[in-house]
Write a protein that binds this ligand. Structure first.
Ligand code: NAD
Length: 256
């Protein structure tokens, strides 16, 4: 179990990040939740999780688009045995129409934030003599789709950065891996369904069938619980020699 370990999960007030936080808490890990909002709901979520799993849960606000705030999140956490780089956003547009500020935001939040948090967390893991870095990449870290230039670039980037993190820690009891989900029905994907309906001029059902789950041979969304379970496995002793690699949870997407 993960009692006595502290897990910092970026972007964890909804979707996959929250699913991973819940799964790690259920194994006894203390949790640091993060987003950039610091709303009443964020604080209530931390309280509810602590009560449900009997672990310490703190919410720390930090904007993952800003390098200094990424580093401050880890410093404020005070301990970081398990670092989950999960915060991410999406924008769908053709390259020549892609808004520059969206490109910059996606590279900052989906890729550069992991550089900053990892740089801040590795010294803590070394002092503790154990560590796990889990980067939430995507099937789009291994394959591409049109209209997702920034996202695909950032996700391929984080897969590469995961390998470098693994090599720099290879002789230590620290591992670094990337989880590559296919489609998971979260608020981020709900927004994409709306975007794709616009781009293709299709209704919701047609977008699901002919655009989104077309790439996912199982024709089913993965669940946040399944991603959480994968994170727990990567933190278990069975995974001590798994480092610098990707685990796909994508219903067969990358087998196509
Ligand atoms: P989501 O929109 O449900 O959750 C994203 C989380 O990130 C939220 O908690 C949000 O508050 C936080 N966040 C956004 N911008 C932030 C910022 N600047 N600073 C701090 N926090 C910020 O999204 P999700 O679907 O759960 O996605 C989580 C991760 O999983 C992302 O990296 C995404 O690319 C990846 N992913 C998702 C899917 C999917 O199908 N949903 C598939 C593959 C990979």
């Amino acid at each position: 179990d993960l009692k006595g370990k502290t897990a910092v999960v970026t972007g964890s007030t909804s979707g996959i990040g929250l699913g991973i936080a819940r799964a790690l808490a259920s194994e006894g890990a203390d949790i640091v939740l993060n987003s950039f909002t610091d709303s009443e709901e964020d604080q209530a979520l931390a309280k509810d999780l602590a009560a449900e799993f009997g672990v310490s849960v703190r919410y720390i606000r930090a904007d993952m688009s800003k390098g200094d705030e990424c580093r401050a999140l880890i410093a404020q956490a005070g301990a970081c045995d398990i670092l989950v780089n999960n915060a991410g956003i999406q924008h769908v547009a053709a390259i020549e129409a892609f808004p520059v500020e969206k490109w910059d935001a996606i590279i900052a939040i989906n890729l550069s934030s992991a550089f900053h948090t990892t740089a801040a967390a590795l010294p803590m893991m070394r002092r503790a003599g154990w560590g796990r870095v889990l980067n939430v990449a995507s099937a789009h870290g291994l394959t591409a789709s049109p209209f997702k230039g920034a996202y695909v670039a950032a996700k391929h980037g984080i897969v590469g950065f995961t390998k470098v993190t693994a090599l720099e820690t290879a002789e230590e009891p620290i591992t670094a891996n990337a989880i590559c989900p296919g489609y998971v029905l979260t608020p981020l994907v709900e927004a994409q369904i709306a975007d794709q309906m616009k781009v293709h001029g299709m209704d919701r059902e047609t977008v699901l069938r002919e655009v989104m789950l077309l790439r996912q041979p199982s024709r089913q969304f993965a669940t946040v619980e399944q991603i959480g379970g994968t994170a727990v496995f990567l933190c278990s002793p069975s995974a001590d020699q798994i480092t610098g690699t990707t685990i796909s949870v994508d219903g067969g997407w990358t087998a196509l």
